[in-house]
Design a protein around this ligand. Structure first.
Ligand SMILES: Nc1ncnc2c1ncn2[C@@H]1O[C@H](COP(=O)(O)OP(=O)(O)O)[C@@H](O)[C@H]1O
Ligand SMILES: [Mg+2]
Length: 267
C-alpha cells in the first residue's frame, strides 16, 4: 500500500507537522493511515496522543525482530502510529548501521504494513540525507519535500531538483513533490520567495501552508489543525494538499475517487 515520505534538507521546517496533519486529513476522509517515525527525536507520536513517558518504538524494541508491525500503537479509529522509541546512542548507530549495510533491512521491517490492504503509510524523516531516507528509496511511492519560504530553502532547491540530495531520485514511482510551509503574505521576502517557488515548481508544488499560530496550538493539544481550527487558513491548506496527495496516489477520499494525474483541474 502507498508509502509517502515526508522529508527536507532542513530541520524545523514542519516535516513532522505536515506528516501528522496529512495523516489526520487522509484518515478523516475514510482511509486507514499508519504514521512511522524515522527521526530519533521521536516526536511524531506526540501528535497522536502517545504520552511523552511512553518510550516504546520499533528502534528501541526491535533488536532481533524483523517485522516492525508488532510495535504499532493504535491512535484513533483510523490512525496508527509506529514510534521510533527512546533510544541511546548505541541503539541509534546500530539501527543506522543495519539500514546502510543490509539493503533489505527496511523492507523486511515494513513488509507486513506495506501489504496491509488499504493502509496508507506516511513516514516522517529526520532532516537531511539520512540512512533511512536512502534505504526507503526502492520502496517509497511518493516524497513530499517540505521547504520554508526563505532564502535558505531557496538556495537548496537546485540540489533537490538535480537529485544531489541522496545521489539519485528519491523514489522510482510517483516522484517528489514540494510543500512550502509557514508562508506569510504580509512579509515581502516571504511573499517573493513563495511566488518564486510557485513559478519554478509549477505542478510539483502540492501547495503552500500559511504560518498560523493555530498550528503549534493544535500540536500542543495533540489534535489535527483541521479539528482544532477548521476555519483556519492552515486547515484549508492541509486539506487541499491531502486531496492532491490522494489524487497522485489514486486513493479514494470520501465518496469520490481522485484522478491519478495532477494536471487535472478538478480539485
Ligand atoms: N504552518 C505553521 N505555522 C506556524 N507554526 C508552524 C507551522 N508549521 C510548523 N510550525 C511549528 O514549527 C515548529 C517545527 O515544526 P516541526 O513539524 O517539528 O518541524 P520538523 O519536523 O521539520 O523539525 C513546531 O513548533 C511547529 O508547531
Ligand atoms: Mg520532525
Amino acid at each position: 500500500m502507498p508509502l509517502v515520505c515526508i522529508c527536507s534538507p532542513k530541520g524545523g521546517v514542519g516535516k513532522t507537522t505536515v506528516a501528522a496533519n496529512l495523516a489526520y486529513a487522509l484518515a478523516r476522509s475514510g482511509n486507514k493511515v499508519l504514521v512511522i517515525d524515522f527521526d530519533v527525536q521521536n516526536a511524531l507520536r506526540l501528535h497522536f496522543g502517545v504520552p511523552i513517558s511512553d518510550g516504546r518504538g520499533f528502534v528501541s524494541e526491535a533488536a532481533g525482530a524483523s517485522d516492525w508491525s508488532q510495535f504499532i500503537l493504535k491512535a484513533g479509529s483510523n490512525t496508527f502510529v509506529l514510534p521510533y522509541g527512546e533510544v541511546d546512542e548505541s541503539q541509534r548507530l546500530q539501527f543506522e548501521h543495519e539500514l546502510t549495510s543490509d539493503p533489505n533491512f527496511l523492507q523486511r521491517g515494513l513488509n507486513t504494513v506495506l501489504n496491509y490492504p488499504g493502509l496508507i503509510v506516511i513516514a516522517d524523516f529526520p532532516p537531511g540525507p539520512s540512512p533511512a531516507l536512502k534505504a526507503v528509496q526502492t520502496i517509497a511511492d511518493l516524497h513530499v519535500i517540505v521547504m520554508l519560504a526563505d532564502t535558505a530553502s531557496l538556495s537548496l532547491l537546485p540540489q533537490m531538483e538535480n537529485h544531489k540530495f541522496i545521489g539519485s531520485p528519491l523514489n522510482n514511482k510517483k516522484g517528489e513533490y514540494y510543500v512550502v510551509n509557514q508562508i506569510d503574505m504580509r512579509r515581502t521576502l516571504n511573499r517573493d520567495v513563495t511566488q518564486f517557488f510557485e513559478q519554478r515548481l509549477n505542478e510539483k508544488l502540492l501547495g503552500t501552508i500559511h504560518r498560523d499560530e493555530c498550528v503549534p496550538e493544535a500540536n500542543a493539544s495533540q489534535r489535527s489543525i483541521i479539528d482544532f481550527s477548521p476555519v483556519s487558513a492552515a486547515a484549508f491548506d492541509i486539506e487541499l494538499i491531502s486531496k492532491k496527495v490522494a489524487a497522485i496516489l489514486g486513493i479514494k477520499v470520501g465518496d469520490g475517487e481522485f484522478h491519478t494525474s495532477l494536471k487535472s483541474d478538478t480539485y
